[in-house]
Design a protein around this ligand. Structure first.
Ligand code: BG6
Ligand code: MG
Length: 231
């Protein structure tokens, strides 16, 4: 039986969210939703930005329309979701490695050089092309995305699938997440979670770093020289 790794034990695998953790795309998702809201006659306040992070496209649409007190038929909802995706894809069509967030490339290089397996756990159905265009696809042993899971974060399904794909117990993995919904899902799955972003928002994470460049890699993965190399 594999025992659960305690808080201070080194993790054996890393599970990354994509949008807002590795790649600077969360703002493009939100900008597309703001445009959709405007097209439906209301303005989407910045306070909605946190709640659409991490959740599936359909769930985000429901949140956006609720905030504008708009009810859509199933057909209208499908059209709005598809239009949002078109707007989003337009903004990411020329994405390259410059869109990687601080510390992302260095973290992936470091984990790779240490033989620590890495999985993606992203709700996005656009994850694979974005990994390709930013040049980081090759670092992932497993890609669990919105095309393969049926239940949206905060359901733990995506994190359980990511750990299983790495052949690890959830408790042996550290998840890197910028979304409240993702942190909740990762915790329910039994993973350790490093929140990436604002500590006053990501209150349920085990620890919070402003970006991947600020993570204490040595503490997470137990290599004495990790911190030195990542900077
Ligand atoms: C997540 C984003 O990664 O993917 C969410 O944080 C987004 O904002 C979700 O709704 C689904 O993305 P897509 O690309 O399938 O519309
Ligand atoms: Mg995210």
């Amino acid at each position: 039986m594999v025992s659960m790794v305690g808080r201070r034990d080194p993790a054996l695998g890393a599970v990354f969210d994509l949008d807002g953790v590795l790649v600077d795309t969360a703002r493009f998702h939100f900008a597309a939703w703001q445009k959709i809201a405007a097209e439906h006659g209301f303005s989407l306040g910045d306070e909605v930005a946190e709640s659409v992070k991490g959740v599936s496209r359909d769930e985000a649409l429901a949140i956006v329309m609720r905030s504008g007190s708009i009810r859509l038929s199933a057909e209208e909802a499908a059209r709005a979701a598809s239009r949002k995706n078109d707007l989003y894809l337009e903004t990411v069509k020329d994405l390259n490695e410059n869109a990687l967030l601080p510390g992302a490339a260095a973290a992936l290089r470091l984990l790779h050089s240490r033989g620590i397996p890495v999985a993606l756990a992203s709700a996005s159905k656009n994850a694979r092309p974005i990994l390709q265009s930013t040049g980081i696809a090759g670092y992932f042993s497993a890609i669990i995305d919105g095309t393969v899971v049926s239940r949206a974060k905060p359901d733990p399904e995506i994190f359980l699938a990511a750990a299983a794909a790495l052949d690890l117990e959830p408790g042996e993995c550290v998840v890197f997440e910028d979304a409240v919904a993702g942190i909740e899902g990762a915790r329910i799955a039994g993973c350790r979670v490093v929140g990436i972003g604002d500590a006053t928002v990501l209150v349920d994470a085990d620890s919070v770093a402003e970006s991947l460049a600020d993570v204490d890699w040595g503490a997470e993965f137990g290599h004495a020289d990790v911190v030195k190399e990542i900077r």
